[in-house]
Design a protein around this ligand. Sequence first.
Ligand code: 4NP
Length: 156
Amino acid sequence: MGNKINVLMVCLGNICRSPMAEAVFQDLINQAGLSDQFQIDSAGTARYHVGEPAHIGTRQTLAQHGITYMGKARQVTASELSAVDYIMAMDSENLSDLKALTRDRTIKERIHLLLEFAPSRSNKDVPDPYYTGNFENVYQIVKDGCAGLLKHILAL
Ligand code: 4NP
């Protein structure tokens, strides 16, 4: 796990929701002056979009909020999980797919739904804008989750 707090945002394709969460969390960390203490990344459970930039809707919405995102989609690997402190699933399907990658209980305990940390959100799944087209809504939801996650980590 190293010195830095390692956070991995995970969705299905790694082009819509998890890049949004990665970029928003990185932005919060930068604003808080904590960038040297965190290592933040994202990945997808599926491989359909590996190598592609984030969805134009994700990039445009981030840009509207002053955030540039340059990441490329990749698929999560079982072996990388042992080095991650917070493995954050965007929805319950991502959560179960991630848990199926490992039999290690200590790793399973590090896998959470992002919106577990957003008490104001009753629906704990981040809606998939690949289907809804509503990227601004996803930005707002993910921002709540990221703010809650940061608050949780800083309170430890
Ligand atoms: P994401 O959205 O998991 O938020 O990146 C999706 C991206 C691609 C697909 C589904 C969801 N797809 O079926 O290709």
